[in-house]
Design a protein around this ligand. Structure first.
Ligand code: SAM
Ligand code: SF4
Length: 333
């Protein structure tokens, strides 16, 4: 592993070494907290980065100090050429951690190659262990496929984290059962607060199920729970229940308690540079990547974007009023 000097430091003295790279805004599911049933106005193909552009862009950013890339979307595996990108990334010197966030519907045929490439960190989004609830939330009949792929990833030794968005009146009855099901596996179940990035289908300014309520609910059933030490840049507060093999985490994604140590940069599938989930894009890199002197110009734009980051998600939100019209499938999560 190569440890490099971090070169990207924002205007609040936070080191930026983690890129969340969206490879598409399309998805084969329609999770109701992410987008409306009819989908969103998906980007036209020629406005999405090609795999070659994504590879070149990653190389530039790794040269600037990024050492961890998470591939996200939309659903990354709807891109038939995703493995070409992953193969390229796996050869990139200085990139120490490649991970993927997926709904696990389409990953099956690629599991062996992911293993061969050494890509072990897979986050699987699963918001219910009950078939009907799963289908109501995702609006698709993919429960068995997701379940089977999840079990396969776990048994094949991947470092699996399950992302469970806590949705009032939809899946809170599954919080304890999912911990029970996962107690024999070396898996981290992460409970995330719901954020209002659903393509405008549902607006809210407060949430009932915040991180405190999620923890209280779990502790009332599992009082013998220990808080774990987490890396300073971790967004999740992590715990282990006595006797459970796995762990769980709670991510205050709406309460935003973690901004002080945020080390993330997001690039959307159409090239928007997003320095905070709650802020508007700082710039767009697509034409720059397609123009002359791409490397130098991308580097400049990235430095400029990182040099003007909002201090917190609340400050970023104040900068523009339309942030909550976005869908997470466009932002990349
Ligand atoms: N399709 C992949 C998946 O679902 O894992 C990757 C993209 S998805 C946009 C990335 C993450 O964002 C997922 O874990 C998803 O559950 C989460 N997400 C989507 N909409 C959200 C929302 N409104 N609030 C909180 N998390 C959300
Ligand atoms: Fe698709 Fe992921 Fe959004 Fe669900 S959360 S609709 S799987 S992009």
């Amino acid at each position: 592993m190569i440890k490099k000097e971090a070169l990207l430091v924002d205007n609040h003295n936070r080191e930026i070494n983690y890129l969340r790279l969206a490879v598409t805004d399309r998805c084969n599911l329609r999770c109701n907290y992410c987008m409306p049933s009819e989908g969103i106005n998906f980007a036209k193909n020629d406005t999405l980065f090609t795999i070659d552009e994504l590879s070149r862009l990653s190389t530039i950013l790794v040269g600037q100090g990024i050492d961890k890339i998470r591939i996200t979307g939309g659903e990354p595996f709807v891109r038939k050429d995703l493995m070409v990108l992953l193969r390229n990334l796996s050869k990139l010197e200085g990139l120490n951690d490649i991970s993927v966030t997926t709904n696990a519907t389409l990953i099956g045929p690629y599991i062996d190659e992911l293993k061969e490439l050494g890509i072990r960190n897979i986050n699987v989004s699963l918001d219910s262990i009950n078939r009907e609830t799963f289908e109501r939330i995702t609006r698709r009949d993919e429960y068995d496929t997701v379940h089977n792929n999840l079990i396969r990833l776990i048994t094949e030794g991947f470092n699996v984290r399950v992302n469970f968005i806590v949705l009032e009146n939809q899946n809170t009855q599954d919080l304890l059962p999912i911990l029970d099901v996962m107690k024999h596996y070396n898996v981290s179940v992460r409970f995330l607060e719901e954020m209002p990035f659903n393509g405008g289908s549902k607006k809210f300014n407060t949430i009932q199920w915040d991180y405190k309520k999620i923890l209280e609910h779990i502790l009332s059933n599992y009082p013998e729970t220990e808080k774990l030490i987490s890396p300073t840049t971790s967004t999740s507060i992590n715990y282990q229940i006595k006797g459970h093999k796995g762990t769980f985490g709670i991510i205050p994604s709406f309460s935003r308690t973690f901004c002080g140590s945020c080390n993330r940069l997001r690039i959307s599938a159409i090239g928007d540079v997003i320095t905070c989930l709650y802020g508007k894009p700082k710039t767009n890199l697509r034409d720059i990547m397609r123009g002359e002197n791409a490397e130098m110009n991308v580097q400049k734009e990235i430095l400029k974007a990182i040099g003007s980051r909002a201090k917190t998600g609340f400050d970023a939100q104040e900068e523009h009023s339309t942030v909550f019209d976005s869908s997470m499938t466009s932002i990349g999560g």
